[in-house]
Design a protein around this ligand. Structure first.
Ligand code: 5GP
Length: 116
C-alpha cells in the first residue's frame, strides 16, 4: 500500500483545505473532525506522510500518541467529559476512509451514544 499525497488530510497539512486546528507542533497536527461523532471530536495526525499504523515510523507514532493524550486530558476539562474514546482505523477493511494516519479522540458522557 502506498501513500497518496492527494488525500484530504495532506491537503489540510499543506493549507489547501481549511480545518479548525486545535494543536500544532513540528511533527503533529490536531484538528476538529468535520463530522463529529460527539462535540470536540478531534483528529490527531503526523505531519510526515504515512498511510496508517502499518507504515508509520515509530517516532511519528509516539509523537501522535503523546498529543492524543494531551488532547484527551484537555477534553476532560474543556468538554466536561466523563471519559474519552480513542479509535484508529487501518485500510478499507479496517474502516479507514482517509488514507493519512489519524487517531480519533472523542469526549464521552455517560449514557450518550456516539453519533453514527
Ligand atoms: P476514518 O474512517 O478514516 O478513520 O475517519 C476519517 C474521518 O475524517 C471521519 O471521521 C471524517 O468525518 C473526517 N473527515 C473527512 N473529511 C474531512 C475534512 O475535510 N475535514 C475534517 N476536518 N475531517 C474530515
Amino acid at each position: 500500500m502506498t501513500y497518496d499525497p492527494g488525500n484530504i488530510f495532506a491537503k489540510i497539512l499543506r493549507g489547501e483545505l481549511p480545518a479548525y486546528r486545535v494543536y500544532e507542533d513540528e511533527r503533529v497536527l490536531a484538528f476538529l473532525d468535520i463530522m463529529p461523532r460527539a462535540p470536540g471530536h478531534t483528529l490527531v495526525i503526523p505531519k510526515a506522510p504515512s498511510r496508517n499504523l502499518l507504515d508509520v515510523a515509530p517516532d511519528d507514532l509516539a509523537a501522535v500518541a503523546a498529543i492524543a493524550q494531551k488532547i484527551a486530558r484537555a477534553q476532560m476539562s474543556a468538554f466536561g467529559a466523563e471519559g474519552i474514546t480513542v479509535t484508529q482505523h487501518n485500510e478499507h477493511a479496517g474502516g479507514q476512509e482517509v488514507f493519512h494516519l489519524h487517531v480519533h479522540v472523542i469526549p464521552r458522557h455517560t449514557g450518550i451514544e456516539l453519533k453514527p
